[in-house]
Design a protein around this ligand. Structure first.
Ligand code: HEM
Length: 330
């Protein structure tokens, strides 16, 4: 991840197009538009591509709920039977040609569109970070802006060093996501808190977690950087054609006092985790490049029984994804 791995990125002198300042037109625009403008500055403009997580692969599979899931949420997703799911795996950054094993391709992402039995969709958009570098959309924009102003020639202390001094998670979050041997061998985290509502109206905040049944398999950084630039995107289709890849879908439950409005703060590992069911990835779609154009995954596209929390990052993401989709659809 460029923004959260900046320490390494800058130290390694990675040749990204650092420029200073926001475009003048951005000054009157929304936070989301400003954020996408800075992403375009950092990663370049690539017509038809996502402003972030531009490189990806679209697959299909299904979700089978556990018996416990229906006890904690009235969502039809958990009532059964299994539903079809479209899953897009991705590399971080808005660079569509980034090497899958590059440090900046972390965190890899997984986006899911559950095709519910009533004909509606539910989206979940997760990545391999254990927690996020910042808590709000404004802070994320400012972090990206600081990165864009902190190229190798920037005067010390750089904008990024100044930002990190007041946002400690920005210094550490990036290192929590590492390069896997396969997109099917990585854990993906919800990072943002959502809320289950059960049939009696009881509310329980939680965070999603998708854990590969085969276990995580992380590559040493020097080995990852030597892999073929498309080794992850090319591997997933043949892998699941041979044998489906499965993930345990988990919910980490908040206890009273756990912050739901701050994605920089992971909850203790000791929190109860509920097994919601199994995600099975069965095939890559025949024309992924075409399929991904029409796909838009929205973190607030939920269903009765699962709601957004008071986490401000969720709405910031929704606004930014909409701006990115608008631009890539032109
Ligand atoms: C304020 C915070 C964030 C901003 C501004 C942001 C921005 C973006 C943008 C602009 C896109 C491209 C959307 C599109 O064109 O469809 C994107 C994609 C994505 N983001 Fe974020 N993001 C944020 C936080 C997060 C977090 C917390 C996660 C995961 C926990 C995440 C995971 C992803 C993934 C997996 C994709 C790829 C979506 C796809 O497959 O279509 N992002 N993000």
């Amino acid at each position: 991840m460029l923004v959260a791995r900046y320490g390494r990125t800058l130290a390694a002198g990675v040749a990204l197009a650092f420029v200073t300042g926001l475009p003048a037109a951005a000054q009157d625009s929304s936070t989301a538009e400003q954020t996408i403008d800075v992403m375009n500055t950092l990663f370049g403009k690539h017509p038809g591509k996502r402003a972030n997580h531009a490189k990806g692969v679209v697959t299909q599979g299904s979700f089978t709920p556990s018996a416990d899931a229906a006890k904690i949420s009235k969502a039809s997703l958990f009532a059964g039977p299994a539903v079809p799911v479209t899953i897009r795996f991705s590399d971080a950054t808005g660079v569509p040609t980034i090497a899958d094993g590059a440090a900046n391709a972390n965190p890899h992402g997984m986006s899911l569109k559950f095709r519910l039995s009533d004909g509606s969709d539910m989206d979940v958009v997760v990545n391999a970070l254990a927690y996020f570098p910042v808590a709000t959309g404004e802070e994320f924009r400012d972090l990206l802006k600081a990165v864009s102003e902190s190229g190798p020639d920037a005067k010390k202390p750089t904008a990024l060093e100044r930002f990190v001094a007041t946002h400690p998670a920005a210094a550490t979050a990036g290192a929590t996501a590492k390069t896997p041997s396969s997109l099917a061998r990585q854990t993906y985290n919800g990072v943002n808190a959502f809320v289950f509502v059960d049939k009696d109206g009881k509310r329980q905040p939680f965070r999603f977690r998708f854990v590969p049944v085969q276990g995580e398999e992380i590559l040493p950084a020097d080995e990852a950087s030597k892999r073929d630039p498309n080794y992850l995107m090319d591997e997933i289709g043949p892998r699941v054609a041979k044998e489906p890849a499965t993930f345990r879908v988990l919910a980490q439950l908040a206890e009273a006092g756990d912050p739901t409005n701050d994605a920089t703060k992971p909850w203790p590992d000791s929190r109860t985790t509920v097994d919601l069911g199994t995600l099975t990835v069965t095939k890559a779609v025949p024309d992924s490049a075409e399929a991904e154009k029409a796909l838009l995954f929205m973190p607030n596209a939920l269903t009765d029984g699962i709601e957004v929390s008071d986490d401000p990052l969720i709405d910031a993401r929704v606004q930014a994804y909409a701006v990115s989709f608008g631009r890539r659809s032109q």
